[in-house]
Design a protein around this ligand. Structure first.
Ligand SMILES: Cc1cc2nc3c(=O)[nH]c(=O)nc-3n(C[C@H](O)[C@H](O)[C@H](O)COP(=O)(O)O)c2cc1C
Length: 205
């Protein structure tokens, strides 16, 4: 099982609370099931281009790498800090870049960090609707951690660690239940939305 953790914090790897929570969840998943091959991507460390409306197949380099990893994954954990009550711009950019169909029927776990408890509902109001557009299977229970759960950017709160473990195990179990053809069991398709470049009749960036 290919499990991808994608963390959308613009903070450095060494200081990102979000990345450390995502990585913790990945390690719980690996400990739970030895068939799990986990990889984490800290978007900030890659040279991901801004979405400019081109056909996603025309991106190269790190942008293509991120698209390919998302496409290839059997399940994904998306992590983001709360910025102004929602997900970060660099994570949104990834959602702007990926093809419309790559998350269809894909099991997804959500990990969010904030500075206080106030923005717990960013999971429900920010991230889940976006995943809904993509017809992904977002696990109902995401994990929200805030500053008090960390000591020197190390996640120490036992409740949050337990929740990350629950999230990881549920994601692994759920992924096994998903049929090989992920297009079934997702309900009605959305409208076909052409890329901006195709609408303009131009395939070049
Ligand atoms: C521009 C900006 C906006 C933020 N907005 C919020 C917010 O609306 N609510 C909140 O709880 N925390 C907010 N925070 C705090 C971060 O969400 C919090 O520190 C998070 O854990 C940082 O994660 P990271 O270490 O992975 O970057 C904001 C931080 C920044 C830099």
């Amino acid at each position: 099982m290919k499990l991808l953790g994608l963390s959308g914090s613009p903070a450095k790897k060494s200081s990102s609370r979000t990345l450390s929570a995502v990585d913790k969840a990945l390690s719980f998943a690996k400990a739970y099931d030895e068939t799990v091959h986990a990889r984490s991507i800290n978007i900030r460390d890659l040279d991901v281009q801004f979405c400019d409306g081109r056909d996603p197949a025309l991106y190269g380099g790190d942008t293509k790498e991120v698209i390919d990893q998302i496409t290839d994954a059997d399940a994904i954990i998306f992590g983001t800090p709360v910025y102004r009550g929602s997900y970060t711009g660099i994570l949104k950019n990834v959602f702007d870049i990926i093809p419309n169909n790559v998350l269809v029927g894909k099991p997804v776990g959500i990990v969010v960090t904030g500075s206080t408890q106030h923005h717990y509902l960013a999971i429900e109001h920010g991230i889940k609707p976006l995943l809904g557009f993509f017809h992904a299977h977002a696990l109902p229970g995401g994990v929200y951690a805030h500053s008090n759960h960390y000591a020197e950017n190390v996640l120490v709160n036992e409740d949050i660690l337990e929740r990350l473990d629950q999230l990881a195990k549920a994601l692994v179990d759920f992924t096994k239940l998903i049929p090989a053809d992920r297009n079934i069991l997702v309900g009605a398709s959305g409208p076909v939305i052409p890329w901006e470049s195709l609408l303009k009749g131009s395939h070049s960036p």
